[in-house]
Design a protein around this ligand. Structure first.
Ligand code: ZN
Length: 383
């Protein structure tokens, strides 16, 4: 057959093929290019064991799983290959979980403003700019767009029109400060803030925050007084009492009689990222909360848009039916207020469905393509 004598194409190939090119420990799918490059074979038996080179005791493993427990000794005598795999898998999972904790708190921020597949530049801006070109008033597309939301039938008024025309062009990356009531709640419940975020340093911010999280009463009083005095949630240097900064709304549509915030995702690993000091705060609900305290029209809605066929769709569906995600995100509101606010959530739809509904909208693959089509710009409009 082949004359290769390296692992992937040569001597390990038959084992990889037997295991369908999947890591036996974590399930890493190496059947696609370039994932295949990260496969290896893993000997279940230690060097010197008479059966070490028996292929029944060699499995397909991704590079990480292979190296993960190199120095750990596993009980192999009298065990079937599958039993050894299971024991190793348990050990590997433990390391993976530890790594995940580290990655989650210290790892790179998810790509947002840059990157080839940036959701703002390849989805949010192209879609809304194309819709705006067709009808700058928004009258013909805003309400049908909202109807695509999975919860729209219960959230929206039955009779159209209810939004009216756009009062200004769509705003991208629209900055919204955190509601004061929520900031107040965070100070009053400092024990629930994420201690992992705490930096013990020499600046005033470091010291005050450490004191607050350590339960210092005087610092709490001072923080609340500062919040009263400065009002609202402008975060910035020295604003140590502010534990949730400005959120960037992907697209804000201000109409005569309604305001719509769109949370748009494409390749992000999750619908909600790390939300500053209070980990239970879901990004979508945070948008709703920011919308709640605005002076603008009484009709306010949030719509989530995700890429079809990605795990984000499943997450969005879960958010639809999960009241606890809303109440956990809004600890400063009572049950009626939470439920009231939830009525303003339109649920989710997909970019593909929007493109279909409005006929032939282009969804650029890369930011480069979006720029070439004139759909994407570096925008930053703040409240
Ligand atoms: Zn693996």
């Amino acid at each position: 057959m082949t004359s290769y004598n390296d692992a992937l194409r040569g001597y390990a190939h038959s084992v990889l093929k037997r295991d369908a090119f999947r890591c036996r420990y974590c399930g890493w799918d190496g059947s696609q290019w370039p994932n295949w490059l990260y496969l290896s074979w893993d000997h279940l038996l230690p060097k010197g064991h008479p059966q070490r080179d028996d292929e029944r005791y060699i499995v397909c493993a991704c590079r990480f799983c292979n190296e993960c427990c190199n120095r750990t000794k596993f009980q192999v005598d009298g065990r079937a290959p599958e039993e050894i795999v299971e024991a190793k898998r348990a050990a590997i999972n433990k390391v993976r979980n530890d790594y995940f904790q580290f990655w989650d708190s210290e790892g790179p921020e998810p790509p947002r403003m840059s990157g080839m597949f940036d959701s703002s530049k390849t989805r949010v801006q192209p879609v809304f700019k194309q819709l705006e070109r067709r009808d700058p008033t928004g009258a013909s597309w805003i309400e049908p767009l909202c109807r695509l939301g999975s919860r729209a039938s219960s959230a929206l008024p039955e009779r159209a029109p209810w939004a009216g025309k756009l009062s200004e062009p769509p705003k991208f990356e629209y900055g919204c400060d955190a509601p004061e009531e929520f900031l107040r709640w965070l100070i009053e419940h400092a024990d629930q803030l994420d201690r992992k975020r705490l930096v013990r340093g020499e600046t005033e911010t470091h010291k005050k925050r450490a004191a607050l999280l350590d339960g210092c009463h005087a610092t709490r009083v001072e923080a609340l007084a500062r919040l009263d005095k400065e009002g609202g949630g402008k975060s910035g240097p020295g604003q140590w009492q502010v534990f949730e900064g400005t959120t960037m709304v992907d697209c804000a549509l201000f109409c005569e009689h309604a305001t719509l915030f769109v949370e748009g995702k494409r390749i992000e690993p999750h619908l909600t990222g790390r939300v500053e000091w209070y980990a239970k705060r879901h990004q979508v609900v945070r948008n709703l909360d920011c919308l709640r305290v605005r002076q603008r029209p009484a009709r306010r809605y949030v719509l989530t848009v995700v890429e079809q066929g990605t795990p984000l769709e499943g997450e969005a569906a879960q958010l639809d039916s999960s009241a606890p995600l809303f109440s956990e995100s809004l600890p400063h509101l009572n049950a009626d207020e939470v439920e009231g606010l939830r009525q303003h959530y339109l649920g989710y739809t997909t970019w593909q469905r929007i493109a279909e509904t409005f006929g032939d909208l282009t969804l650029p693959v890369t930011t480069q393509e979006a720029h070439a089509l004139g759909f994407a710009h570096n925008t930053d409009s703040s409240a």
